[in-house]
Design a protein around this ligand. Structure first.
Ligand SMILES: Cc1cc2nc3c(=O)[nH]c(=O)nc-3n(C[C@H](O)[C@H](O)[C@H](O)COP(=O)(O)OP(=O)(O)OC[C@H]3O[C@@H](n4cnc5c(N)ncnc54)[C@H](O)[C@@H]3O)c2cc1C
Length: 575
């Protein structure tokens, strides 16, 4: 039980799942499923997890990448959600994952003299007060107009009436999800990707496992488990329907789009949050990039790769341009990505009650639907969860495992994940303090050691060991980026990557960071993966083509021409 997900051990992992029986089978390898697997495995249960595509391939690699209380939920009066989320944020920053979750400042520009500052200021006082007593992130602060422009010269100065700065935290969502899954494996969970649960096994009305399709070989195998937990995000309804299960909730999909831009496009040394007519727009610093978003629109199309439309791009640019001195153009946009929020809508029967109250759930905008999670136990042996936020995944995992195991024979211990640092968090202060010595020991430049510690925490030495064994792996993967070739090898040998997309979209983030969606790095990735996974020439060519097609589909929304339309908005910025 090492916490290693070696892609070369996949067949063995499938055999282990098929041999069963398990205490708990988790369906879905997003943050909720990875969290549930960790929660259950760390209580001493025998756990398996199957994921259709790759860890975090669904919504959990496509978020705003914030670990936050959600300032706007405060305005909606959702105090419970905000309080829980802030406590989780602080736990992750300070104890569970300080190598992955980092505080980030946000500037909130004010445009209405007199009224806005007390209103926003009061909100931030509550936001700050909802944290625990020990604060791992700083308090909010007031800025004058001059102070605001010093932090963010990119803002239009006209009508700016000062600003507030408050703190939240940010994370590489896909890396975090993989780390949670690896930590689950560290406590004994068996994790298999590219494996789809196609139907549930039954003994009478009791669910006793799932039939699973190995997407790589086409073989089908059964996994027996005392409890099955569905963590399939926006696919939940499909999993229920495939087995004729009537769940107590329905998932409504809300699409959220982000644009990625170079840091030079927006002159600011802090993140920013501005109001829009529908919600808020974030400018999130992301290493050498900005991530700007998001949108919130109903979606009913393809769940796997929701399409970004030129209108989505123009909406974000238009809203951003309302507050920026130098307007952004489509030429500033390096990449786009879209994700689907698995929002919980009321089940059919209850939504009719809503109608009577004049609040038709079917017509409720998705910005207004609850971000809280719902746990449902539709059949004996089956529990299902959806909704929630990345930030609160640990609580969601605890709740769903509590429900699933409530009537298991023998006493199942309570959740221990609040006390369990993720892999890479152990010994972090010592590794950070020893960065220079590590660079010397492994004969790599100091920034390389710093880069690896920043991404892997105390596991950085595992990547450095690969470089020690093969110096060529110490070379950059792609000019202009800090990623190393060793990170590709590590993605295969320790992080379960099976295809080029798994590496370029989620283990390193070149899909959304590089102007060509990582296509120029793909041949190198294929070469490194081929050496480890034994790909022949035909397979190499097929893998390369598969990635090129995937990247091209992602870039399609940026081909629109013509000026960015101006946004008409009822929001009070600028008035
Ligand atoms: C645009 C956007 C921005 C967001 N920003 C934030 C944010 O900043 N902070 C925050 O806290 N939250 C944020 N969220 C919410 C957060 O990202 C989601 O709540 C979370 O990622 C959902 O995780 P999940 O595991 O439930 O779903 P997913 O990540 O979608 O995982 C479900 C998995 O189940 C798999 N699956 C489906 N069917 C099967 C099957 N039959 N067999 C096996 N596997 C199956 C899928 O392949 C998928 O990987 C955002 C969401 C969006 C869309």
């Amino acid at each position: 039980m090492t916490g290693v997900l070696d892609a070369r051990d996949r067949d063995e992992a499938i055999r282990a799942l098929a041999a069963g029986p398990l205490d708990v089978l988790v369906i879905g390898g997003g943050i909720t499923g990875a969290g549930a697997a960790l929660d259950a495995a760390s209580r001493g249960l025998r756990v398996g997890l199957v994921e259709s595509r790759d860890l975090a391939a669904g919504t959990s690699s496509r978020s705003s990448k914030l670990i936050h209380g959600g300032l706007r939920y405060l305005e909606q009066g959702d105090f419970k959600l905000v309080r829980e989320a802030l406590r989780e944020r602080d736990l992750l920053v300070s104890r569970l994952a300080p190598h992955l979750v980092r505080p980030v400042p946000f500037l909130y520009p004010l445009y209405r003299k007199v009224v806005e500052r007390p209103y926003v200021g009061a909100g931030l006082v509550i936001y700050d007060a909802m944290e625990g007593v020990k604060r791992p992130v700083p308090h909010h602060r007031h800025l004058t107009t001059r102070g605001a422009l010093r932090r963010a010269p990119a803002l239009r100065p006209d009508r700016l009436a000062g600003a507030m700065v408050y703190y939240d935290a940010q994370v590489d969502d896909a890396r975090y999800t993989v780390t949670v899954a690896r930590t689950a494996a560290r406590y004994g969970a068996t994790v298999v990707t590219r494996a789809t649960a196609t139907s549930l096994l039954r003994d009478g009305s009791r669910v006793t496992g799932a039939s699973v399709l190995d997407e790589e070989s086409g073989r089908v195998f059964d996994v027996r488990a005392a409890r099955v937990i569905v963590c399939a995000g926006v696919w939940s309804d499909l999993v229920h329907e495939a087995s004729g299960v009537r769940a107590g909730y329905q998932v409504r999909m809300s699409k959220g789009v982000h644009l990625v831009m170079p840091r030079s496009a927006i002159d600011a040394d802090t993140g920013m949050i501005v109001r829009t007519s529908k919600s808020v727009l974030f400018f999130i610093p992301w290493d050498t990039r900005w991530i700007v978003g998001t949108t919130d629109t109903d979606w009913s199309g393809d769940r796997a790769e929701p399409a970004v439309t030129p209108e989505d791009v123009d909406y974000i640019l238009g809203e951003a341009n309302r507050v920026l001195a130098r307007p952004l153009t489509r030429g500033d946009v390096l990449a786009v990505y879209a994700g689907l929020r698995p929002l919980v809508a009321e089940p059919a029967g209850e939504s009719r009650a809503g109608d009577r109250a004049g609040d038709k759930d079917g017509e409720k905008p998705t910005t207004k639907l609850s971000r809280e999670h719902v746990v449902d136990a539709p059949l004996p042996g089956l529990v299902s969860i959806a909704g929630g936020k990345f930030t609160t995944y640990r609580l969601m995992a605890r709740d769903v495992v509590d429900t699933a195991t409530a009537d298991l024979p023998g006493q199942v211990p309570a959740s221990v994940t609040a006390l369990l640092p993720l892999l890479g968090a152990d010994g972090l202060p010592a590794v950070r303090a020893s960065a220079r010595r590590l660079a010397d020991d492994y004969r790599v430049p100091a920034p390389v050691a710093g880069h690896l510690i920043g991404r892997y925490g105390s596991l950085a030495t595992e990547v450095l060991e690969l470089i020690r064994a093969d110096r060529a792996l110490g070379q950059p993967l792609l000019g202009g980026f800090a990623y190393l070739r060793a990170e590709v090898a590590y993605a295969v040998s320790h992080e379960g990557a099976l295809h080029v997309e798994d590496v370029l979209a989620r283990r390193v983030r070149l899909l959304i960071e590089s102007p060509d969606a990582g296509v120029s790095a793909a041949p190198e990735v294929v070469a490194i993966m081929a050496g480890l996974l034994g790909w022949n020439r035909r397979r190499r060519a097929a893998e390369l083509r598969r990635y090129q097609d995937f990247a091209a589909a992602n870039a399609a929304a940026l081909t629109a021409t013509g000026p960015v339309p101006e946004v008409e908005s009822a929001a009070p910025i600028p008035a």
